[in-house]
Design a protein around this ligand. Sequence first.
Ligand SMILES: Nc1nc2c(ncn2[C@@H]2O[C@H](COP(=O)(O)OP(=O)(O)OP(=O)(O)O)[C@@H](O)[C@H]2O)c(=O)[nH]1
Ligand SMILES: [Mg+2]
Length: 663
Amino acid sequence: MSKVWQKGEKVMAVINLAMMKSGEKGKVVEVIGGKGFISRLESLGIIPGAEITKISEQIMHGPVVIKIGNTQIAIGYGMAQKIMIHIEQKIKKILLVGNPNVGKSVIFSRLTGVDVIASNYPGTTIDYCRGCTGYGDRRIEVIDIPGTYSLEPTTPAEEVAVQMLNKAIEEGESIIVNVVDATNLERNLNLTLQLLKKNIPMIIALNLWDEAKHTGIEINVKKLEEILGVSVIPTVAVTGEGIRELVNRLAEAKKGNFDYKNEDRWRAVGQIISQVQVIKHRHHTFLERISDLTINPWSGIPISIILLFLIFQLIRFIGEGIINLITDPFFNYIYKPIMLSFSKTLGSGGIIHDILIGELINGDIDFGQSFGILTTGLYVEFGQVLPYIIAFYFVLSFLEDSGYLPRLAVLVDKFLHFFGLHGMAIIPMLLGLGCNVPGTLSTRLLETKRERFIAAILMAICIPCMALTAMIFGLVGKFGAKGLFPVFGTLFVVFIIGGILLKFIFTGESPEIFTEMPSYRIPYFPSLIKKLWMRIKWFIIEATPFVLLGVFIANLFYSFKIFNFLARILGPIITTVLSLPAEATVALLLGFLRKDIAVGMLVPLDLTLKQLIIASTVLSMYFPCVATFSVFIKEFGIIDTLKATLIMLLTAFSVGAILNLIL
Ligand SMILES: Nc1nc2c(ncn2[C@@H]2O[C@H](COP(=O)(O)OP(=O)(O)OP(=O)(O)O)[C@@H](O)[C@H]2O)c(=O)[nH]1
Ligand SMILES: [Mg+2]
């Protein structure tokens, strides 16, 4: 197999003369052969640097005709294969098309250097993503699209894929790289044959070649190329093997010549498979045994409960570890002295001081209470939330790449049907535990709008993101289960009751689960770390402005007494219905920007445990943060977003009032 391809590396598009299409122009790069052969061609002007045009293509390995200057020359097929040409392929766009979970996104990242999320379950990519790759001395656009099993879409994500494909066909000058899973050739060829009928130049990347070898699958690549009439290049996207060859051979992309009747497609696939694939007998692997154990409900459900408990402990362990060993020592022993001297420079008071450093408590900075942008603002985000974000995404990325999530989806399928959802809805929910924005977006892997809407509302109300969870842990965690259980227990109960109600409010069809179980894989560590880093970077870039803006607005509210005005209007509701002090109004209002900072604002209020529980629960449920809100509008439109908002506000305040009565 060819050398490993490094992202961004430039290559020449060099093919042999026989591969050129008629009408194509190019420059001779090299003639491969003995001295006699080379000088024979030289005599007719076929030397490196000479410009040629192919006049006619060979028929059944017959001669080709080219034009050099004004001379037309006929060349035998065998000779033509030895003349290497650098061609000006008019490729403007490369579309990565294939079944879900075959490695398109990893190939996309390799080609373009643009980092996109790749995970071991079908439906990771839910929208298209563009990038560019170096190709000769030009850059061409590469597009990663969601996976699709056929050209008749069944989910919004698949619709995107088919739309992009049709657009590329219409625009012309595009080629398809059909990414095929070598371990599931039969099912993948079904799409390949459909693509061949689309009459667009294509080339096949036979990916997961490493896994095919491990599982004893042998594929005769040459034979497959011959049958389909398009080039096939084995690749291992995660390590980069074969990607360089794929790029080198992009110019070979052509319309295939395999013909079949649509109604005979599966039979055609079967015939191809019988000619190109041999499966060696082998014993069950360790990972397959685990697969059987985790999918069978009798063993799978206890395993999932133990696993979820361990995951929870692991996230706590990593999060607290980072806080105790890294962020707290940093903030207390390194950052604080710097801020204290900055505070002195600012004169230990005044409006600028209050906005940047906040209030000094007994002459000292208290990161929990001072509430300056540079103190509490940065501490909340980097000192308290970030460690849990790292811990959560590390564990989630591991689960995603291992292939466990679709199995969990099967186990919870029955349970989620009570809410009008099917098991795959567990994937957006889990993503929502990290951040509701990607969570809401990934509801696109569900088939109907009804399911997506129910899943998104349930997530917005009952699934606190990791930033909020970390802050709630900081706030009520010190009371142990007495503090944590009422908050998270309430969210769970509301999830169940809310889910059942939503199923009846939004009537409609509930599709059955219909998904592929990818095989278990030991996560490839460099990819896992890259994905973790992408998510951390995303969190820092997306969250920081809102956190700092939140602290800034809170300070302005206090300085300009806007707070008094708001507390007068909204205070009575907050105090009577929720038994919270009027000061909590600002926290609830700012929760719209970011909930972590809103929870942070509760710290200086000296609340009782009951009040902390009510405030944390209501804050979790009443409204998604502004980022999630904008995704809601984009995905569901204004009217449905307003409906969802009404449901969220009603639920949050009724639950808050009930907690106030029973606690
Ligand atoms: N062992 C191995 N794993 C691979 C290879 N290519 C991709 N993977 C893994 O396969 C999984 C799926 O990769 P993705 O790039 O997300 O697949 P996709 O085709 O974009 O999937 P969708 O976006 O769901 O359509 C990930 O866990 C990858 O790390 C490969 O060649 N070998
Ligand atoms: Mg993808």
